[in-house]
Design a protein around this ligand. Structure first.
Ligand SMILES: [Zn+2]
Length: 96
C-alpha cells in the first residue's frame, strides 16, 4: 500500500492520488507561486476576516434559534451575542 505524498490517502498503485494530482497539474500550468497565492487569498483568513466570519456564524445561529419554535428557549434566553461569540472564539483557540 502506498500513501499519497500530499494528503495521505491510501492507494495500491500511486504515490499521488487523483485529487492531489489535479493540484499538481494546476501547479504545472499556473506555477507553484500562483497556486499558493490563490490558496492564501481564498482559504487563509486574517484576523479581521475571521472576526467577520465568526460574527456571521453567530448571527446565523441566533437567527436559527429565534426562528425555530422547537428550540430550547432557555438556552438562547441565557445567552446573548457576546457569549455565543466568546464560545465560538474559544473553539478557534482565541480567548477574547
Ligand atoms: Zn492526495
Amino acid at each position: 500500500m502506498l500513501d499519497c505524498k500530499l494528503c495521505g490517502e491510501v492507494s495500491f498503485t500511486r504515490y499521488i492520488c487523483d485529487d492531489c494530482n489535479f493540484i499538481k497539474d494546476c501547479i504545472n500550468i499556473y506555477s507553484k507561486e500562483t497556486v499558493i497565492d490563490v490558496i492564501k487569498r481564498t482559504l487563509i483568513r486574517d484576523e479581521k476576516q475571521r472576526t467577520y466570519k465568526i460574527d456571521s456564524i453567530v448571527k446565523e445561529r441566533l437567527s436559527n434559534e429565534l426562528n425555530n419554535e422547537d428550540s430550547d428557549e432557555s438556552y438562547i434566553r441565557g445567552k446573548h451575542h457576546d457569549l455565543i461569540k466568546e464560545e465560538i472564539l474559544s473553539k478557534f483557540g482565541k480567548n477574547k
